[in-house]
Design a protein. Structure first.
Length: 310
């Protein structure tokens, strides 16, 4: 690992470790780099350039600066967590004597329930692409696959033709390159088959023939391209919520739990390593149940005369 003393070289070595040893995604690496570079900038502005110069006081000062800048509590928490992870790694590798962020508390973040589409909105979105064109068939297959499997957009873009299995499943490679098998519903299978019959008509020359979803220039679809196509479908469907590909992931989890699916089944489908991550969707279901109860139940509100009428 080398002799790490300066913060910048420590950050670079830590990011290499996350990528090469822990198989973190490019998206996660970018997030860690942004958060840690921001902290390093603050440290160096305070004359702290070496690993051992970082202490609890500096981290607390950094938290105050973030709050003054109006950063959300969740952002502050994430950045403190990144610092804690960095120093935990440095301690394990004998590059730091202790972890100065270990007992530093970040402000509590208010739990934000994920946005999701209701059943009618989901159907409208899935039906939005033009099934008469190759690109429309591809977009329909993308939407059906996302909703059927609950996979992340990055996982979808990484799919190859051989990711599709004969038993109506698809092999998705999730965070840290961990592979899981996700089932495909009949509408998704039908949409994929229709797309694959016209896939060669998307462009003149397919430059990445192994990729499942290709763009008009013959290359693998990118996250950004998928988001752009979904935004177009949302407008066509008349859906004005601020949503994206991840909303379909939230929607399938919420819809399944509302229909009585077991929480662990949803956890396995989404590829969550921890059940607590999946439990956020039970809060969505509970909030929806509470809203319906307050709207419809005749005894959900206090009576007009608290003392009762004789």
């Amino acid at each position: 690992m080398g002799n790490l003393e300066q913060l910048p070289e420590a950050l670079d070595a830590f990011l290499r470790y996350l990528k090469e040893a822990r198989n973190y995604s490019d998206h996660s690496i970018r997030a860690y780099r942004t958060d840690l570079n921001d902290f390093a900038k603050c440290a160096m502005e305070n004359g702290k350039t070496r690993i051992e110069q970082v202490n609890k006081l500096l981290i607390r000062r950094y938290i105050v600066n973030l709050q003054r800048e109006g950063k959300a509590a969740s952002t502050v928490q994430r950045r403190v967590s990144a610092i804690r992870s960095l120093y935990a790694w440095l301690v394990r590798n004998d590059a730091a004597a202790s972890n100065p962020a270990e007992h530093v508390r970040a402000p509590a973040a208010r739990a934000k329930l994920p946005e999701f589409l209701d059943a009618d909105e989901t159907i409208a979105l899935l039906n939005a692409p033009d099934s008469e064109t190759p690109a429309g068939l591809r977009d329909r297959a993308i939407l059906e696959t996302l909703y059927s499997t609950g996979m992340r957009v990055g996982e979808l873009c990484a799919l190859n033709l051989d990711s599709l299995k004969p038993n109506m499943t698809v092999a998705a490679r999730g965070k840290r390159k961990k592979e899981r098998i996700a089932p495909l519903g009949k509408p998704a299978v039908k949409a994929l088959q229709a797309y694959l019959r016209r896939r060669k008509d998307i462009c003149k020359t397919i430059k990445e023939p192994e990729a499942l979803f290709i763009s008009r220039v013959g290359r693998r679809m990118t996250d950004r391209a998928v988001r752009y196509r979904i935004n177009g479908c949302l407008k066509k469907a008349g859906i004005h919520k601020k949503v994206g590909p991840h909303t379909l992931r939230h929607s399938v989890a919420t819809h399944m739990l509302n229909a009585g699916a077991d929480l662990r089944v949803v956890q396995e489908l989404l590829g969550h390593s921890s059940l607590s991550t999946t439990q956020i969707y039970t809060q969505v279901s509970t909030e929806r149940l509470r809203g319906a109860y307050l709207d419809a139940h005749p005894r959900s509100r206090a009576p007009q005369n608290e003392n009762g009428a004789g």
